[in-house]
Ligand binder design. Structure first.
Ligand code: GUN
Length: 288
């Protein structure tokens, strides 16, 4: 039997509809959530991601501004803009699209963002809070994956969750969030030997490596849930994930498609985080 297709696009629409109602109510109380996205350089993939974020803001009636800065932007210039946005009352979320050009220190930029406006949940303070289970903000892609699993009634507690990829954006926070849900977690990565033996253990497999065809049908267990974060452009222009979708779906019990799986959920979670930071910043101001 073929796997259930976990439709992230449909789920993201449902979540955005829920958020729209909340945003309309917030606006009545004088809170108008605002997100600023900063894109440095002209990476084509980043441009598409930023465009999707901007479109979602428009759809949700979240105030948004995109700063498109040239590749030659200096670290100082970027830090100065972030400082200005940190102090701006109308800006509740600040997102610096990664990767940044090589001459800019990514860690320094992330640390310069006010943790209360860190809608990506990349700031060390927020990463630390996440790792001890007291995070109020959750990183968008892993949070979107959790929503896909939970809203499809997929049990996490006590199950073996394998995460392929150890990035700060997906792999590491995903592992933390699975642990928080009482899963048994294995993180595999580029240096992992016998990847197939590891992935075969998974009840839930999250793959975030960025390599087309990496996960083949002989690397998984029957009934596994496969969540594919990969976004790989083939030479014929087709967008595919890390899993060999057509063959893997014959063995898995459920699988996210690419496109239309995790990607739209990441954007929906960004909208959710922007609403969350706006509410929290407003409350803080009232308490000041
Ligand atoms: N680059 C790839 N994914 C992301 C993301 O979720 N946030 C940011 N800021 N940059 C990214």
């Amino acid at each position: 039997m073929s796997a259930k297709i976990l439709d992230g696009k449909k789920l993201a629409s449902e979540i955005k509809e829920e958020l729209k109602i909340e945003i309309a109510q917030l606006k009545k109380t004088g809170i108008a959530p605002g997100l600023v996205v900063i894109l440095v350089g002209d990476d084509p993939a980043s441009k598409i991601y930023v465009d999707n974020k901007k479109k979602a803001c428009e759809e949700m009636e979240i105030n948004s501004q995109v700063f498109e800065m040239p590749e030659c932007t200096t670290e100082e210039e970027l830090l100065k803009l972030i400082q200005k946005l940190n102090a701006d009352e109308k800006t509740h979320g600040i997102l610096v699209q990664l990767p940044l050009p090589k001459h800019i220190d990514e860690g320094k930029i992330i640390e310069s963002i006010d943790p209360k406006k860190d809608v990506d949940c990349f700031h060390p303070e927020n990463v630390g809070k996440l790792s001890i289970g007291i995070g109020k903000l959750l990183p968008c892609t892993p949070a979107g994956i959790m929503e896909i699993l939970k809203r499809n009634n997929i049990e996490i507690s006590g199950r073996e969750c394998v995460v392929a990829g150890k990035s700060n954006i997906v792999g590491k926070p995903m592992a933390m969030m699975f642990l928080e849900e009482n899963a048994t977690v294995i993180v595999a990565h580029i240096k992992t030997e016998n990847l197939g033996e590891i992935t075969k253990r998974a009840d839930i497999l999250v793959t975030a490596v960025g390599k087309a065809g990496l996960i083949k049908k002989d690397m998984i267990k029957k009934g596994v849930v496969v969540v594919d974060v990969g976004m790989n452009r083939l030479s014929n222009g087709k967008l595919v994930g890390d899993a060999d979708f057509e063959n893997v779906k014959e063995i898995a019990s459920a699988i996210t498609p690419v496109p239309g799986g995790v990607g739209p959920m990441t954007v929906a979670m960004l909208m959710k985080n922007t609403v969350e930071t706006a509410k929290r910043l407003y409350k803080n101001n009232l308490n000041d």
